[in-house]
Design a protein around this ligand. Structure first.
Ligand SMILES: Nc1ncnc2c1ncn2[C@@H]1O[C@H](COP(=O)(O)OP(=O)(O)OP(=O)(O)O)[C@@H](O)[C@H]1O
Ligand SMILES: [Mg+2]
Length: 164
């Protein structure tokens, strides 16, 4: 029997999460009754075969997609009762998401890709760029800061996406 997870600040708690896709008249059930609790400061890995639903679950955890059913509390917020602006603020301030296919903005430089979320957060343009440059420097990309994603290697793109 699953017990209700405590909702401490910083706690991630999923209860009975379900997600399915409809494609070409086919019903694809991907997540069934997923229950998961992650305490503040914990590290957690999600393992599974290719196509088993890891990214689907991470998209839900990262507030990029909603499940079809279940309950999700993130740091004390009931995700189903939050409006899109509240979800965007939580994503911007409390969630870092490393996309499997990076999802860098192709027309922006590496520097601007990293600086953009900071400016959404209200950090001044000058400070955003300075901070982004420091972050790129930490991963050995200071000399590639003005390259666009297409002009970076795969590993360099991956590091830009992680810094963002
Ligand atoms: N938009 C969609 N419509 C229909 N089916 C989808 C859609 N997105 C994903 N799927 C299917 O859902 C399943 C889970 O996909 P998901 O991307 O979560 O897998 P994954 O565990 O992250 O795989 P990988 O390790 O290959 O990245 C896959 O079988 C995939 O084909
Ligand atoms: Mg995946």
């Amino acid at each position: 029997m699953m017990t209700e997870a405590p909702t401490l600040p910083g706690f991630i708690s999923l209860q009975g999460i379900g997600k399915s896709y409809q494609l070409a008249g086919q019903h694809l059930s991907i997540l069934n009754d997923v229950c998961l609790s992650i305490a503040s400061g914990d590290s957690c890995g999600i393992l599974g075969a290719s196509g088993s639903g890891k990214s689907t679950q991470l998209n839900i955890l990262g507030l990029l997609d909603l499940p079809d059913c279940g309950q999700y509390r993130f740091a004390g917020h009931n995700i189903f009762s939050a409006n899109p602006d509240q979800l965007a603020a939580i994503r911007n301030q409390q969630i870092g998401f490393g996309f499997q296919s990076f999802n860098l903005l192709p027309r922006l430089s590496a520097l601007d890709n990293v600086a953009l979320p900071l400016s959404y957060r209200g950090v001044s343009c000058h400070e955003s760029v300075e901070q982004a440059l420091r972050m790129l420097d930490q991963v050995g990309l200071a000399e590639r800061a003005h390259h666009r994603p297409a002009d970076l290697s795969g590993g360099q793109r991956q590091r830009v996406a992680i810094e963002r």
